[in-house]
Design a protein around this ligand. Structure first.
Ligand code: CP
Ligand code: NVA
Length: 314
């Protein structure tokens, strides 16, 4: 059987996302009803989680999710494994993938996860790289569909034609939003300070009609169905913190920006958030914010994703 990896959002097709979004709703329903759902119990399945950067949500959602599916996890970090002592990534991939059924990696360059996947016997999932964060966008789309479903219930219909305003850094989250927009037929209004723009080549998109750029973040929010942002300084870029603080000062999502969006617009943030920097407390803690459901949904969508990569459509 061919191994399927999830290294970028575009590694799955629109039809597969339609399945996953429905499946995640089913799996979430089981969780909420306290019903057992153990596809990974017999035979036992194990997930290795490799963290080269810090995490709260990704760690808890994958670990709790794997146990809830009847499987188990192994947690590795750079500091407590040979990964931090220069063992080649290819050797690590060959060894780890002989002992577990799935691998989730959070690391720096996308090329690192690609090299690992090229030598892995089992599916590899991107738990965030400098370039992409596909599991987060999967959760964000699921949350958007949950709050704003299409009349017929088709998750892809719910997303098609939507406008997502991205206010802030042209980072891993922004790149992944662009891939999702290209694949699923919605538009991203991107506003970044100059010098921090998205690069379509780096984002891995080919069509230019899935996003529009705006100098003024307020204009980017006009008519949006969803306003979303992220930290000004991503992990690995801490040395640029002070320069970024000055450059991003006008890119703080506030109530005025939310007023320019549609009246029923949602606010999302992948978290962790810095109130008073990329978003005001009034917005993130306000009535349009769905950040806590968004965070919880990481677990439900990743359970669907792990199940799909290992067992296919059930
Ligand atoms: N959103 C997200 O990936 O959070 P963590 O860094 O806490 O995993
Ligand atoms: N862009 C952020 C996302 C954190 C979940 C980072 O890479 O640090």
């Amino acid at each position: 059987m061919t191994i399927r990896h999830y290294l970028q959002f575009k590694d799955l097709s629109a039809d597969e996302y339609a399945y996953l979004l429905r499946r995640a709703a089913f799996i979430k329903g089981k969780f909420k009803a306290f019903e057992k759902h153990h596809p990974f119990a017999d035979p036992d399945r194990t997930l290795a989680m490799i963290f080269e950067k810090a995490s709260t949500r990704t760690r808890v959602s994958f670990e709790a999710g794997m146990y809830q599916l009847g499987g188990s996890v192994v947690h590795l970090t750079t500091g407590d494994s040979q990964l931090g002592r220069a063992e080649p990534i290819e050797d690590s991939a060959k060894v780890i993938s002989r002992m577990v059924d799935l691998v989730m990696i959070r690391t720096f360059e996308q090329t690192k996860i690609e090299r690992f996947a090229a030598h892995s016997r089992v599916p590899v999932i991107n738990g965030l790289t400098n370039e992409f964060h596909p599991c987060q966008i999967l959760a964000d789309l699921f949350t958007l569909v949950e709050y704003r479903p299409a009349p017929g219930g088709d998750p892809l219909d719910a997303l098609r034609g939507k406008v997502v305003a991205w206010v802030g850094d042209g980072n891993n989250m922004a790149n992944t939003w662009l891939q999702a927009a290209e694949l699923l037929g919605f538009t991203v209004h991107v506003s970044t300070p100059s010098g921090y723009e998205v690069d379509p080549a780096l984002a891995g998109i080919t069509r230019s009609d899935c996003f529009k750029t705006f100098k003024d973040p307020r204009e980017a929010c006009a008519g949006a169905d969803l306003v979303t942002t992220d930290v000004w300084t991503s992990m690995g870029f801490e040395a640029e913190n002070e320069v970024r603080r000055a450059a991003f000062a006008q890119w703080c999502v506030d109530e005025d920006m939310m007023r320019r969006a549609r009246p029923d617009a949602l606010f999302m943030h992948c978290l962790p958030a810095h109130r008073g920097e990329e978003v005001t407390a009034e917005v993130i803690d306000g009535p349009q914010s769905v950040v806590w459901d968004e965070a919880e949904n990481r677990m439900h969508v990743q359970k669907a994703l792990m199940e799909y990569l290992l067992l296919g459509r059930l």
